[in-house]
Design a protein. Sequence first.
Length: 155
Amino acid sequence: MSPLYVRPYVKVHKNDDRDAEAIAEATTRPTMPFIPIKSEEQLDLQALHRARERQVSDRTRLINQGRAFLMERGIRVGTGRHIFQKELTKLTAKGVADLSQRIVLMQSDMASELEEINCRVATIDAEIKAPAKTDADMQRLSVICFKFGCEFYVM
């Protein structure tokens, strides 16, 4: 049952006992809608999406930190993950006179960590795409998203 439907039945000061009482009261109502329990496959897919979101967040954090380190030393890098990765590859390959050896090593370490995160995201994407090829609902959603240009990465 959705917490939004239980909220009107909670009396003044919220605590666990009053929450339980409100849930019991709400369940007795004949028109109360209930949320279906998710299947094992739905829970697995939800976990995959959350893991992917965490990896993408880590990747973004790493790129922003690397860009900040370079900007502090007067090296501007354009926005976008691919642009940063290309620039990072150039910097670690040839080195820059303005950068200390410590920063070059740190940027090199960031490049390898970034590559590792990209591999993890690609692996999770492949796991998400596999059931999407057989699920009719996911195929329809991907067509709709492609048509309207929204972000839906299961194609």
